[in-house]
Ligand binder design. Structure first.
Ligand code: SAM
Length: 334
């Protein structure tokens, strides 16, 4: 133990949730995320360096650690990283909640090895439950079948609960809300609808493209009555529901129409070792620069603590003063 206090910011929020991007390469070119002409833009750290930084973060109070990207399953050394991360304990001696967010394309082959390495669970991104729409979005033929097999493999490996995240966009895939509800009930996965945020490489986002929380609820209610479920944790971003027959689980994550910044417990580390204190930050904080210059664990912990103290109070989506963040989602780590 380094002997520092647990991470908090100047707004009194405890920071317990870290997302580490292990690459900004991706094998999908989802039309709402990437332009299709940009490739990877930032470097990747050696796996051992992510591990060292993660250890320091955990020492400082991180309890939930999610590996993401880009597409994390593309990253060589991921299994070894998970094996080492799974040995870490929280400050109170509990198990670290260790998860991966993936597009699922390579999951069929990797699910069992991920589980054996100590991964707790996976979240799989899939924006429709029909092959044609999935291919139109990912721009990769055969992606729907691949992701289906990935979901089954994750369930078989016990990487549960398997969550399937769908970013809902008006006029694009909003006809998928009820089919996704049926998918949750038929396949035993938690489906989560996420509001589209202005984080894309291109310029697609307008307020009208967002399908707000209230509309998702109304569409689901037309299918079957919803029953609200209690939050799993105090900082949970999803509002959870099941249906009147208790079959299926839906989460709605509404960062635009019902921003949850006041409860935000999250920071991110980019693939090139920069801290992002908010998805919509205008600046990166060069943690890896401190490490490259030979910084000790204590010096890194001081940098992390001071940077996180200055975390932004909230985002400004939809306000006249809103500025696009300095990186798009795929290059931050979603
Ligand atoms: N490749 C992995 C995957 O597909 O889950 C991890 C990275 S991906 C950037 C993480 C998540 O961000 C995906 O669920 C994706 O749908 C979501 N995402 C990307 N752009 C977004 C946006 N503008 N608004 C909301 N979510 C977005």
């Amino acid at each position: 133990m380094l002997g520092f206090s647990p991470l908090t910011d100047r707004h009194g929020r405890a920071i317990t949730d870290l997302r580490i991007s292990v690459t900004d390469r991706c094998n999908y070119r989802c039309v709402y995320c990437r332009t299709g002409s940009e490739g990877a833009q930032y470097s990747e750290l050696p796996i051992a360096d992510y591990l060292r930084l993660a250890r320091i973060f955990v020492d400082l109070g991180i309890e939930k650690l999610r590996l993401t990207g880009g597409e994390p399953l593309l990253r060589k050394g991921l299994i070894e990283l998970i094996r080492e991360l799974a040995k870490l304990h929280t400050r109170l001696g509990g198990e670290l909640d260790l998860a991966v967010t993936t597009n699922g394309h390579l999951l069929e082959d990797q699910a069992m090895r991920l589980k054996d390495a100590g991964l707790s669970r996976v979240t799989i991104s899939m924006d429709a439950v029909e092959a044609k729409t999935v291919t139109r979005i990912t721009r990769v033929p055969g992606s729907f079948a691949k992701v289906q097999r990935g979901i089954s493999a994750a369930q078989k490996a016990g990487l549960e609960p398997v969550k399937v995240n769908c970013v809902v966009m008006r006029g694009f895939n909003d006809d998928q809300i009820v089919p996704f509800a049926k998918f949750s009930r038929e396949h035993g996965v938690i489906v989560r609808f996420i509001e589209f945020m202005p984080l894309e490489e291109g310029r697609l986002w307008t307020p009208e493209t967002v399908v707000p929380f209230s509309e998702v609820v109304a569409r689901l209610e037309q299918f079957r009555p919803l029953v609200k479920l209690p939050a799993n944790t105090s900082g949970e971003t999803a509002v959870r529901y099941t249906f009147d027959d208790e079959l299926g689980e839906i989460g709605i994550i509404a960062p635009v129409s019902r921003a949850f910044c006041e409860q935000c417990s999250r920071v991110r580390l980019t693939s090139d070792g920069k801290i992002r204190t908010c998805l919509f930050s205008q600046f990166d904080h060069d943690l890896y620069g401190v490490m490259r210059r030979g910084g000790s664990d204590e010096e890194l912990a001081v940098f992390i603590t001071k940077t996180i103290a200055r975390k932004e109070a909230r985002h400004h989506i939809g306000e006249p003063s809103f500025l696009k963040p300095s990186r798009s989602m795929v290059h931050i780590g979603g």
